[in-house]
Design a protein around this ligand. Structure first.
Ligand code: ADP
Length: 469
């Protein structure tokens, strides 16, 4: 098994070089992260282009086995990967956090390896015969964010490689070491040039997405950056899958059981300390159960320890960076200034060395308050009171984004009827945010387009070709 120090040494910049990376829980120096030049980017793209025909020429079975071997490699280095992820990203080892993320990387690799994608016979009527094949696209650019830096990279890389593409992958500049460490582990099982890491910030990402050699870009990040990538893609008609920001709504119906749903509500909102694209970010609760839901949520939230990630007792961590701390702080202050009621938290220590923002629940908040209408991406949940479900649906749909949503009720059919009217790529019932490697995932409106996971995810990184005759 690979040790943490070995893994870190393999990806960190040499002493005196690179950009210093600090632990978001303590402010301690972790190491320096490398930053690639555009010449290094050119080399990475050239390597991907050179390696692609041989990779595509392998049988699907060979590529499937390679994905399984990559999963084995992740499992061999799981402890070291989780430790680095916890130190650099901030998420605790325990709970649905660092170990969970690394474990999910292996699961996603295996399920992606085993997902069938047979050739489809689309017409066979005695007169016409046509088959639909899914061919490799070529080189796929992978650009990832800092909240789930390993798992989101796997979501993009695993189907791309399975379908015979080679990859150039750029981790977020906020979690470069974690991203590079994962790529180094995966590369233990891949031929040279198949998976090519590049390290850098948005400018390097911008230089990558205009490369004519790329056939496809897989991007997860902000809507603002997604729009820039759409513009950049026009030059070469580069295919895109975009998983952008969300401001997921949850609607609690009058017949929901407040105590029974409280823990799922909590994790729906606070998984990864709220730094999750498809987390519950605004909760609409019917007047008849409003006080009971607030009370039950406070009870669950109070019992969830927040602290340094390497400390086993913690299940919530710091915000990954100071910028995000500032966003959450500004939005909660706006809520407080409006007269909304603080049920829990809301008083951060602004002079600490880390980026801890306390678990915060805000009640009796105006539906138009900035904490409700903007994406907080942190541990602060606004709880809006409603009396007419039509009003709750209208408020949920008023956002210009639509990644996930949830409906909470004791009556599954009633919940499904509401779900059909909510504008979101996924609507969960009595839970929020759970993803599964066989269940397609993607957004509507400005949360992006394209589907990931399962058969649909494999199709997204393929060039469909009809063979007619
Ligand atoms: P977030 O801060 O939520 O992660 P960003 O959209 O800022 O969202 O960043 C997501 C990823 O996109 C990062 O890897 C970042 O370096 C990259 N990126 C930022 N700007 C651009 C751009 N103009 N073109 C391509 N990639 C970019």
């Amino acid at each position: 098994m690979e040790q943490y120090e070995t893994l870190l040494a393999a990806v960190a910049a040499p002493a005196g070089d690179g950009r210093e990376v600090f632990d978001p829980a303590t402010g301690d120096l972790i190491a320096a992260a490398p930053a690639d030049t555009t010449a290094a980017l050119d080399d990475a793209v050239a390597r991907a282009v050179a390696a692609q025909p041989a990779w595509a020429a392998r049988s699907d079975e060979e590529r499937r086995q390679a994905l399984h071997r990559m999963a084995d490699a992740v499992e061999r280095s799981a402890d070291a990967l989780a430790e680095l992820l916890s130190r650099e990203q901030g998420k605790p080892l325990n709970g649905p956090n660092a170990r969970f993320e690394v474990g999910a990387c292996a699961t996603w690799l295996r399920v992606t390896a085993d997902t069938p994608l047979p050739t489809e016979v689309v017409v066979d009527d005695g007169t016409d015969y046509a088959e639909l094949h899914y061919r490799p696209i070529g080189v796929v650019g992978v650009i990832t964010p800092w909240n789930w830096p390993m798992l989101i990279a796997i979501w993009q890389i695993a189907p791309s490689l399975r379908m015979g593409n080679t990859v150039v992958a750029k981790p977020s500049e906020y979690t470069t070491l974690s991203g590079l460490a994962l790529l180094a582990v995966l590369n233990q099982e891949l031929p040279e040039g198949v998976l090519n890491p590049v390290a850098g910030a948005g400018d390097l990402g911008a230089a990558l997405v205009v490369k004519p050699e790329l056939g496809k870009i897989m991007f997860t990040g902000s809507t603002a950056t997604g729009k820039r990538i759409i513009e950049a893609s026009a030059g070469n008609v580069t295919r895109l899958t975009l998983e952008l920001g969300g401001n997921d709504a949850g609607i609690v119906l009058p017949d929901a059981d407040p105590v029974a749903i409280a823990e799922n509500l909590f994790w729906g909102a606070f998984i990864n300390t709220g730094q999750t694209c498809a987390a519950l970010k605004r909760l609409y609760v019917h007047d008849s159960v409003y006080d009971a839901v607030c009370l039950a949520l406070v009870e669950v939230a109070k019992a969830m320890p927040m602290g340094v990630g390497l400390d086993e007792q913690n299940v919530l961590g710091p915000l990954q960076n100071r910028m995000q701390f500032g966003v959450v702080d500004r939005l909660v202050e706006a809520a407080k200034a409006s007269g909304a009621r603080v049920l829990l938290g809301g008083e951060p220590d602004r002079d600490q060395p880390g980026n801890f923002y306390p678990t915060t629940l805000i009640a009796d908040i105006d539906p138009q308050n900035p904490l409700v209408v903007e994406e907080q991406f942190g541990p602060a949940l606004p709880i809006v009171r409603y009396s007419d479900v039509e009003e709750a649906i209208a408020l949920a749909n008023a956002a210009d984004v639509g990644l996930g949503a949830s409906v909470w009720s004791g009556d599954r059919d009633a919940a499904r009827a509401i779900a059909a009217r909510v504008q979101a790529g996924t609507v969960w019932i009595n839970s929020h945010g759970g993803v599964h490697p066989m269940i397609p995932f993607g957004g509507v409106k400005q949360s992006g387009y394209g589907l990931e996971f399962g058969t649909e995810g494999l199709k997204s990184v393929s060039a469909p070709q009809v063979v007619n005759g």
